[in-house]
Design a protein around this ligand. Sequence first.
Ligand SMILES: [Zn+2]
Length: 482
Amino acid sequence: MTASPTAGDLTPGRPLVFRNGTVLTMDDAHRVEHDADVLVTGDRIAAVGHRLPVPEGTAEIDASGGIVMPGMIDTHRHMWQTAMRGYGADWTLTQYFVWNYLQWGKSFRPEDIYAGNLLSAIEAIDAGVTTSVDWSHNLHTIDHAEAAVDALASVPGRFVLAYGNIQAAPWEWSAAPEFRQFVARRFSGGGTDMLGFQMAFDVPPASPDFPEKAAFEVARELGVPVTTHAGVWKVTTDEGIRLMHEHGFMTERSVYVHSASLSTDSYHRIAATGGSVSLSTESECSAGQGYPPTWKLREHAIPISLSMDTSMWWSADLFSAMRATLSADRAREHMEAHSRDETVTHHKLRAEQVVHWATRGGARALGLDSLTGSLEPGKKADLVLIKNDASPVMFPLLNPYGHVVFQAQRGDVHTVVVNGRVVKHDHALVGADLGRAREAIGRTVDHLRGVLGPRAWEEGMHPEIPEMRVLDNPYTYTYPGE
Ligand SMILES: [Zn+2]
């Protein structure tokens, strides 16, 4: 038996082997290896197999009783909003828009964007999410953008800055010389595989002149993908998809977030041009973009990735996304069958498929499939060990995909490796300064609480509850003599 390594044994650059785990490779064949090893050398996966010979001095992690899988990938998260974690738990999308877009979004200073991003980035790697897209749509000055990037760069995860600005029109902010200068300064050549770049903006149906065209042209000129909230009930519609398609802006690298209230015609246009959809199932269920359209996307063979959207409601936890996505698909299938007086006897969507969406699906969406998303020799070492010897939920381990989706949770994430570097080990973060994030967030919350004042702060968190009447019950019991 090997002694468990301490964090000091896990210095970057030292080879590392996970021994005797259940390995979900998520390769093209979805190979599952039992009692298997994964060897990491440098920033790459060197081998997956049984009783692997390893270089002298390799650190060993006992993965027995656990699951080794690729790091998860979140393709859409407004990381700055993590500063207001949980504040909007009872909101609808309308309340979210009013608070962030119309009322208080402008109150976020660069240091507040920094604080939210820092906490969000640390939270992601802690949860085994090794790649996150920061859908950063409150960059109302370049200082805000610098702060967003500085925070991401200070945390050892893989990130993509999706640059956006809800305080100005996309054809305005993308045309500003300082935006071009920022991109050239921080993302020359389109960024790196540790910190990539997208442009983030929406196409609401307001103007038939399609002014967003200019922003798409900037993206094309810079050679960067566009990520857009599409199919958001009454906010972005089929009209936006049609305009994008007719002007030739739909590409394989386009990411359509939600896509929950679109027509068949729009799904055809997305499928034909090879883009992918980022599903935020919990968001779609709670906020009201439309029902999460898993089955429609599968019918159109549209690639899917998963995302958490915003920590104003949810956390960075992709276990939660996988679980919600599988449950929402099945709930719809049952309800539709019941409405026809039928019974579903076999589920179409399987746990294995949603694990694919949380790993390979994300890699494909971001053009990173040759680098991450599966455990295969030669790929970058982004991986997660799910193991918790103190938990009664870790055994028996019979159906590994089912275990990941319905049994495991973020607290079971034992070890996380990003780009060959151990960033979490034995359930504790390695090299991420949570104390610094806590202080920064404290200052931001104090600032925002001061700007809002006590009344707006409370009212924002506790929106009015519509009246609900309890139905008259014909069987109401009355005591004799009353
Ligand atoms: Zn969003």
